[in-house]
Ligand binder design. Structure first.
Ligand SMILES: CSCC[C@H](NC=O)C(=O)N[C@@H](Cc1ccccc1)C(=O)O
Length: 663
């Protein structure tokens, strides 16, 4: 599809088919001379029911162009070669694209696939974190890696390991520790993530870390002799949260050298010039991530002057790795629902360098320039370039849905009964009849946040607004972007602490005459699915509910989720039953649609099954829709047909059960 061109649309309003029309850029890489940005563009192949990843190039003043099939482009230090990932026989392998002419050619043939490349400072080697085969099993009982039900296709090829390409799907799986599965990868069967270094000239690959742990993304020392990475090497790491910063010899054969102590839970470490910067939590796994400078004297927190969570970027949690901009540190932190880029000029506090209404999902700097990808109220993602001396970044791409007439979110502040201010966003047609039906939309986490930007999954917001609904997305306490006290305000009090925030916002819109109290509905995913069930079990306000991938029973979650221990010991310490919707399921009357990925290892489908059975037994209208092969993150990277179905069923359910809503 050429730049800017989108398939013809029949209506100026967004429709269900637009789930297939979004083109979403990610992973920008600014050329070392600052003159061009390579990035991944993800589109949908409707026929194949797959997401398609391509490497594109944006040059200021020219139309972006497609370079190659693949993802995760990285420039060589001289700017003449792009390394990127492309699947070969279903496994991501590093390829090289000479930028002064020539075809891309494969560099690696790693048995389990490679990961995104990091060039050595002299451009002779590439490091990556990728899957490593299981260690020999001393008892001889561990089967070779295999997964009977393979996960969804991964167009970027950057997932931990595709454990679905195994040998014997019927082999027993032997489990001795809690970390035997991970959402998205499924059963790990002994596969670990390790660091590899590939010689560019010969293609020879060396595994530089090994052992029973997972190594995080590598970062080169300025002299090219060592790699820094974050990992948890403790033997009982499955029993408590961990993670430390390490360095290891890039040539292989060395032991990792630990740089941080047990007081920091380190999630990433980067060599920025001569500085080693780590992103870590201090004091426990539920709280803000902060930046630390690592030196001979230990780790010193970098003073930003912000009470904001540092966002290094994870699926569903937009952000970017810290980087240098003209010698100053730049990093991402969440503010008011959006991930923003900040710069710390020498000796001063952090300053925001992006507009308020964008959410940054990746950044790359060179000299005094920084390129970033951000969602905006009008687009699910565009590439921007901030030039030296400029305060406004230039948009280099136009991947927004052309000619779509969007309902733009209105930023609102509501006051909870205890006086707490709660922010939210409202989508509605200002000409719609009032009072009208209202859908309360609850985000997951619970430490994620809604942002006032276009979302390539939730087209239901636009469609419902066109049909006279108001969609209300609230950032209640526990949301990210409002300070650490707000972030931790529902620890041990899921549902108990935040219900008032949702109801205060709903009641405000009722009092304003916008929402009809007889036509209220609620939806949400994951923690949002939890809250959907909780609100229908503990109030009688909602006429219908659509609960996606929910947590319904914290007791069974603690032994079945890949994050069960974190949930039980740190998020919901105390009385699990008191915080579980299932305790109150006998009160539910709202017809409920449950939408769940069958391969969800974060909130296993049994959570929906329990809710379904309890409602069905009491003859409350309920339907469970299971998406085969879909992980917890299927809304972002899952099959296009599943994303379409999710939106279609939600709208149909709401219109069926919230009477009088059809315009
Ligand atoms: C400290 S929350 C970590 C859990 C995680 N957050 C980010 O990805 C997550 O998946 N949250 C779920 C709900 C959940 C929370 C804890 C354990 C299992 C599931 C969500 O997306 O809402």
């Amino acid at each position: 599809m050429p730049y800017g061109a989108v398939m013809q649309r029949e209506s100026p309003r967004i429709g269900l088919d637009d789930v297939h029309r979004f083109a979403v850029p990610s992973d920008p890489a600014l050329r070392p001379d600052g003159g061009a940005v390579a990035y991944t563009l993800t589109t949908v192949d409707v026929e194949a029911d797959e997401n398609r990843a391509e490497v594109w190039l944006a040059v200021p003043g020219a139309e972006p162009r497609r370079l190659a099939r693949g993802s995760a482009p990285r420039w060589s230090p001289d700017g003449r070669t792009l390394a990127f990932l492309r699947p070969v026989d279903g496994k991501p392998q590093l390829h090289l694209l000479p930028m002064d002419g020539g075809e891309p050619h494969p560099l690696t043939s790693a048995p389990l696939g490679a990961g995104p490349a990091r060039w050595s400072p002299d451009g002779t080697r590439l490091a990556y974190a990728g899957p490593a085969a299981p260690q020999p099993d001393p008892h001889g009982t561990r089967p070779a890696y295999a997964s009977p039900a393979g996960p969804e296709p991964d167009p970027h090829g950057t997932r931990l390991a595709d454990a679905g390409e195994g040998l014997d799907p019927n082999a027993p799986v032997v489990i001795d520790r809690l970390d035997y599965k991970a959402d998205g990868a499924g059963l790990l069967r002994g596969i670990t993530t390790h660091l590899f270094v590939v010689d560019v000239a010969s293609g020879k690959s060396t595994q530089v870390t090994e052992g029973d742990f997972h190594a995080g993304e590598p970062s080169w020392s300025p002299d090219g002799t060592r790699l820094a990475f974050a990992a948890d090497l403790e033997p009982d790491r499955d029993l408590r949260p961990g993670g430390a910063a390490y360095t290891v010899l890039a040539s292989g054969g060395g032991e990792p050298e630990r740089l941080t102590g047990p007081d920091l839970l380190c999630g990433g470490v980067w060599w920025l010039g001569e500085r080693l910067v780590a992103a870590a939590q201090k004091g426990g796994p539920v709280g803000h991530v902060r930046l630390f400078e690592l030196g001979p004297g230990g780790a010193a927190e970098i003073e930003t002057g912000l009470d904001r969570n540092v966002m290094t970027g994870h699926p569903g949690y937009p952000g970017a790795s810290p980087a240098l901009l003209g010698g100053d540190l730049v990093f991402c932190a969440r503010d008011g629902g959006c991930s923003h880029l900040y710069r710390i000029p020498g000796g001063a506090l952090a300053t925001k360098i992006v507009p308020e209404e964008v959410s940054v999902a990746g950044a790359s700097s060179a000299g005094e320039r920084v390129a970033y990808v951000a969602a905006t109220p009008h687009s699910a993602g565009e590439i921007f370039l901030l030039e030296p001396g400029e305060t406004t970044a230039r948009r280099l791409t136009g991947h927004a849905l052309a000619d779509a007439d969007l309902y733009l979110p209105e930023r609102r502040t509501f006051t909870a009964p205890d006086g707490t201010l709660v922010e939210g966003f409202v989508w509605r047609d200002e000409n719609a009849a009032t009072p009208g039906p209202l859908l309360l939309d609850v985000h997951g986490g619970p430490h994620n946040a809604w942002a006032p930007v276009l979302d390539n999954f939730r087209v239901y917001r636009q469609i419902l607004a066109a049909r006279g609904w108001t969609v209300l997305a609230i950032n209640p306490r526990a949301s990210d972007g409002y300070g650490e006290a707000f972030y931790t305000a529902a620890v041990g009090a899921w549902g108990l602490a935040d219900t008032q925030d949702f109801l205060a916002a709903v009641d405000t819109l009722i009092a304003e005459g916008v929402a009809d109290p007889e036509r209220l509905a609620v939806t949400g995913y994951s923690y949002g699915g939890y809250m959907t069930c909780w609100l229908t079990a503990t109030t009688d306000r909602f006429k219908a509910a659509v609960s996606g991938g929910p947590v319904t029973d914290l007791t069974s979650m603690s032994g079945t989720s890949d994050m069960g221990l974190l949930l039980k010991a740190y998020e919901c310490p105390g009385d699990l039953a008191a915080q579980s919707p299932l305790t109150h399921v006998g009160e539910v009357t709202a017809p409920t649609l449950l939408l769940h990925g069958e391969s969800d290892d974060r909130c296993p489908v049994g959570q929906s099954e329990q809710w379904f059975a309890a409602l069905r037994e009491r003859r409350v209208p309920v339907r469970l829709v299971r998406y085969p092969g879909a992980s917890h993150l299927f809304q972002g990277g899952g099959r296009p047909s599943h994303r379409y179905d999710y939106n279609e069923r939600m709208i149909a359910w709401l219109e069926q059960w919230v009477s009088g809503s059809r315009s």
